[in-house]
Design a protein around this ligand. Structure first.
Ligand code: PEP
Length: 245
């Protein structure tokens, strides 16, 4: 009942010459899954113009609508440039920019005020997993950063274990299924019936080789993909794997 979503995150990669990668990625939209790419702010307008059928988004937005925040970009500005969605709460921003759950929630609310869909990221560190705290950390992050009125037509949650991002390591399929079940239960506690409509994505070292197993795990509704989304050659097979499930 929940349509699969495969979203790319280009992080601080890509210049205008990279936009050609989006052509073959956009062609995958016809395959029955939702496909999106969060490009750097500098490429949003050009990407949205080049591949209007693809969901182009931002990797972050500021929680304020406007003002004295040098170097930041508001949800209104991202939307004006052509973004349809934004990622919030990515672990790299939580770590690099000290973003707390409170700030992440404010960013999600700002995105909604300006009509952007939201991919809200949560995930535990290796130390937290080794200490047996993975589920409690992730569910607490979710409770702290989920905006009120969360609804499946605009919100996806991405479970991204910090230790799996960009490392080539992934949790077992059983661990992914267990965490997604816990995330879904917490969503139900927080949002009631609406939780059944919210997509929960897995993120962290997804490749063409492991995509079918990870996205095929119970309660997984798609993937958030970093490194392997940078080229069509690597990203298209991941989208195809999701479409085949
Ligand atoms: C990410 O940063 O969201 C991510 C999942 O990265 P990678 O796929 O490179 O691990």
């Amino acid at each position: 009942m929940r349509r699969k979503l495969v979203a790319g995150n280009w992080k601080m990669n890509g210049v205008r010459a990279s936009l050609g990668e989006l052509d073959a990625i956009a062609a995958m939209v016809a395959e029955g899954v939702d496909v999106a790419v969060a490009v750097p702010f500098t490429l949003i307008a050009a990407a949205a113009e080049r591949v209007p059928g693809l969901g182009i988004g931002a990797q972050d937005v500021h929680h304020a609508d406007a003002g004295a925040h040098t170097g930041c970009v508001s949800a209104a500005q991202a939307g004006d440039a052509g973004a349809r969605f934004t990622i919030v709460g990515h672990s790299e921003r939580r770590a690099d920019c000290n973003e707390t759950d409170t700030i992440v929630r404010a960013k999600a609310k700002a995105a909604r005020r300006h009509g952007l869909d939201v991919i809200l990221c949560v995930g535990e560190t290796l130390a937290e997993r080794d200490a047996g705290q993975a589920v409690s950390v992730v569910t607490a992050q979710l409770a702290g950063s989920l905006p009120e009125g969360a609804a499946g037509d605009w919100l996806s949650v991405a479970y991204e274990p910090v230790w799996a991002i960009g490392t080539g390591r992934t949790p077992t399929v059983a661990d992914v299924a267990a965490m997604h079940g816990a995330v879904r239960a917490e969503l139900r506690r927080l949002s009631g019936e609406e939780a059944a409509r919210v997509r929960v994505l897995y993120g962290g070292s997804v490749t063409a080789d492991n995509a079918a197993a990870l996205i095929g795990a119970s309660d997984v509704d798609g993937a958030l993909v970093g490194g392997a989304s940078l080229t069509a050659a690597k990203f298209v097979p991941i989208i195809a794997a999701a479409a085949a499930l």
